[in-house]
Design a protein around this ligand. Structure first.
Ligand code: GTR
Length: 377
């Protein structure tokens, strides 16, 4: 009898294990309006928009990311490897060792993949972290890609609170790791712009997951990035704090001292469980990129990255791009599958960049919501 009871209990529990994950809204709190000034005046003029930009950036840095240094140190080339032909002759690869900081004490390694066939100046993709999918295709399509080793600036040790070379060089700054790594993207660009290879009007930044968060922040802080493509960036990236789907990483989870508190400002954790009190949400990040372009790329099974929150942030930022008469410069893409930056994501990036830079066709399948009919509060 006892065995039968156990068997029945097991059978009853089976469908629960086998049930596919269904995307559901878990919280939906209102987000502050990106087109209304703190004193409740609606933004209707370019001057008011500039004022609103300042208002939006301040709490993002004060509360969430910390402040990178404002002075810009020189970034120098320390050494470069001999160029090597790769990817069936489509790529000319070189590794660069750079240094930056007040005493040139911060190293940054950059893997540079130039298109072998295309004449300079070419569009450039800066990628946070080494490696990227379909480098051969990227180069065949005429784009260069520079992948920088962000951990040279600051280590990424879960539960660690290490002071890396960048934080040691600027002890007065309260910047956390995401901000350090984002600042590194700008220093890499400082150096790359001294070379004749790249078209300064066609610079993209991308990264995946934690480095997707970094790509978004770098794009907000440095307007030389004309196109900003956070992939699978989730919490602390392109996803909301006030709108979560079921199974999403929350502010409480990401800022746990044993996990990733060091990515974000020390104080940010005081908002854990109090997201409605936050004076911003991540639609401010998208809004701050306008009138440049932002494209988030995500996967439909990536519930942990809060894809519904990413859709909500896209929706909440759209009025800002409409205000600039550039509605298509706010874009999102969801592909089937799991958390990763795959060939498909990179292809969407290239197609969108071709539209933005070359006036080619607007890519199909963009801006399809992961949850149709979802409405902001
Ligand atoms: C997870 C973290 C996410 C994401 C991811 C990654 O553990 O919770 O926010 O950044 O790591 O970077 O792979």
């Amino acid at each position: 009898m006892k065995h039968i009871t156990i068997l029945i209990a097991l059978l009853l529990s089976l469908p629960a294990f086998a049930a596919p994950k269904v995307l559901k809204g878990a919280t939906n709190h209102p987000m502050p309006d990106a087109l209304v000034l703190n004193d409740s005046t609606p933004v209707t003029t370019p001057a008011q928009w500039q004022q609103r930009r300042t208002e939006m950036l301040a709490p993002l840095l004060d509360i969430q990311y910390g402040h990178p240094p404002t002075e810009i140190p020189e970034t120098r080339l320390v050494s470069a490897s001999d160029p090597v032909s790769q990817n069936n002759g489509h790529t000319r690869y070189q590794q660069l060792k750079l240094s930056t900081g007040p005493k040139q004490e911060i190293p940054i390694t950059v893997d540079l993949y130039l298109p072998a066939e295309t004449k300079a100046p070419v569009p450039l993709i800066v990628r946070v972290g080494p490696g990227a999918p379909i480098i051969e295709t990227i180069n065949q399509r005429g784009y260069a890609i520079a992948c920088y080793h962000h951990q040279d600036l600051d280590p990424d040790i879960e539960g660690g609170h290490d002071i890396g070379p960048a934080q040691a060089a600027y002890p007065e700054n309260d910047w956390a790791s995401l901000a350090v790594w984002a600042w590194g993207a700008s220093r890499v660009l400082d150096y790359l712009h001294t070379l004749p290879h790249f078209d300064a009007d066609r610079i993209v930044i991308t990264g995946h997951s934690r480095t997707g968060k970094v790509a978004l922040l770098a794009g907000v802080l440095d307007d030389r990035f004309e196109l900003v493509v956070p992939n699978g960036s989730g919490c602390g990236g392109a996803a909301a704090y006030k709108v979560y789907n079921n199974g999403a990483e929350t502010l409480e989870l990401i800022t746990h001292p044993k996990r990733f508190q060091y990515w974000l400002h020390d104080d940010f954790r005081r908002f854990a469980g109090k997201e409605p009190d936050l004076p911003f949400d991540q639609h401010f990040m998208r809004a701050l990129i306008a009138p440049r372009a932002v494209l988030s790329t995500d996967a439909l099974e990536d519930f942990w990255a809060n894809i519904l929150g990413t859709q909500a942030v896209y929706q909440a930022a759209q009025p800002v791009f409409d205000f600039h008469n550039l509605p298509q410069r706010n874009a999102m893409h969801f592909r089937p599958g799991k958390h990763d930056q795959l060939a498909e994501d990179m292809t969407v990036l290239l197609d969108y960049a071709d539209w933005l830079f070359e006036d080619k066709a607007f890519p199909e399948g963009l801006n399809e919501p992961c949850m149709p009919g979802f409405e902001l509060k």
